[in-house]
Design a protein around this ligand. Structure first.
Ligand code: LLP
Length: 410
């Protein structure tokens, strides 16, 4: 919902330059109606009554964003006790909560059991022992799915590839049947489903389809062995358009995978993160200095790898545009941050106007894995966050202060 009006960039009906002036930079700004629109496009049913959309909270865990999604009826995919805490506080229903993660501690398992979550996506045999033990201690049965690694390459960055052989995630698909048989003998375990999440920022249906084929094969074999699953959780991973990618729509994704399970009486779970919040957020940066060095042009801005790690960590592309005056002549330049590392950049070799000091740039598609992965590196207080709704806006997390930097130290 970004648009240009009078040579100014707007998110919904609010000028980003105005927000930068009011709240300062760096500033994350989110569009409430983009979030809801993205979520609603996931709701368009392919298998009516048999689909649950669980927002992957790790993508952005701000309370107001979570409230927006829980209020719209979303379920939630969590990955730690801290995420469970945030999810429950923001009103997500335990009956719509799924819990993944390869390193759930005993305390985290107990915490989730006490909250009556829908299911644990278990990633190892030692983990299922721990879940069984915790459930026994609480006099309960734990609802579990195994996360199965289907050994399918999702063709994305290798750091966010999770479904190939040799990565730490899931039970290798050739060992899945045995894992289920072992689990079926555990007293305090109720086997309810199967889970697979092959990676993130996936831009074609093909790997999803291939993974679904492997998973459906296992579901069928299990049914043959008398183990009937209720839930097929196909994870998240749907990509978004950062530059010229053309990812499938949520409906196209469902259409490509759901029919593979024909004849099986299962409900589907999807765990989108990026495709709900990614394009709903921008990061506003103020130009501190302009600099020419070694034949290159640099805009030195007040945000960098501490606020948006993706360019540094994955060499990820985020489009960068001026918040006002985009029609000026452009020059080739690098947008770099203030952090003391050469890897601290937001964009390289971009065609952007040679802005003046104090002017503002918007880094697009910064809603997912932006604030969530931010840090105080170089003792930089974390940015503020604002949510826009039509022509209204409000601060949803205040900027950190120097005092916040040291608040927990003894
Ligand atoms: N479900 C599970 C089990 C996951 O591990 C993830 C993401 C998701 C769902 C949501 O995936 P999404 O729909 O957002 O692709 N920091 C990286 C992305 C890491 C994704 C981790 N797992 C990035 O900035 O690209």
């Amino acid at each position: 919902m970004l648009s240009q009006k009078n040579n100014r960039l707007y998110l919904e009906n609010v000028s980003l330059e105005k927000l930068a002036g009011e709240y300062g930079t760096p500033l994350f700004v989110y569009s409430k109606n983009t979030i809801l629109g993205n979520f609603n496009s996931f709701l368009k049913p392919f298998a009516p009554g048999k689909e649950l959309i669980c927002y992957a909270l790790k993508a952005n865990s701000n309370y107001s964003i979570l409230k927006t999604l829980s209020g719209a009826g979303a379920g939630v995919d969590i990955t730690s006790g801290g995420e469970l805490y945030r999810a429950m506080r923001a009103g997500f229903k335990p009956s719509k909560t799924v819990y993944a993660g390869i390193g759930k501690t005993y305390e985290e398992i107990e915490y989730a059991l006490k909250n009556n979550i829908l299911m644990f996506n278990v990633e190892s045999l030692e983990e299922i022992e721990a879940v069984n033990k915790a459930a026994g201690r609480l006099g309960r049965k734990a609802p579990v799915a195994f996360r199965v690694n289907p050994h399918i390459d999702p063709h994305t960055h290798h750091y966010i590839t999770t479904g190939t052989a040799g990565v730490k995630f899931g039970i290798p698909f050739a060992e899945a049947l045995d894992a289920y048989k072992t689990a079926s003998k555990l007293k305090n375990i109720e086997i309810v489903g199967i889970h697979s999440h092959i990676g993130s920022q996936i831009t074609s249906t093909k790997p999803f389809k291939m993974a679904a084929q492997r998973i459906s094969g296992i579901v069928k074999k299990l049914a043959g062995a008398g183990i009937h699953l209720k839930y097929v959780d196909l994870g998240g991973g749907l990509g978004i358009t950062y530059s010229n990618e053309k990812p499938p729509t949520p409906y196209e994704l469902k259409k490509s995978v759901v029919p593979i399970f024909k004849g099986l009486d299962v409900s589907f779970i999807f765990e989108p993160g990026r495709s709900i919040i990614g394009n709903a957020g921008v990061l506003l940066a103020g130009v501190i200095y302009r600099k020419k060095a070694g034949g290159k042009n640099f805009l030195v801005v007040d945000t960098g790898m501490n606020d948006l790690l993706r360019p540094t960590l994955y060499e990820a592309f985020h489009d960068i545009v001026p918040a006002a005056g985009a029609s000026r002549p452009r020059v080739k330049l690098d947008v770099v941050g203030p952090i003391c590392e050469t890897g601290d950049f937001l964009g390289k070799n971009r065609m952007i106007p040679w802005l003046n000091q104090g002017e503002c740039l918007a880094v697009k598609c910064a809603g997912a894995y932006g604030y969530a992965m931010s840090s105080q590196y170089n003792s930089r207080a974390r940015a503020a966050e604002v949510m826009v709704d039509g022509n209204k806006y409000s601060l949803i997390r205040r900027r950190e202060t120097y005092k916040d930097l040291v608040a927990l130290e003894k």
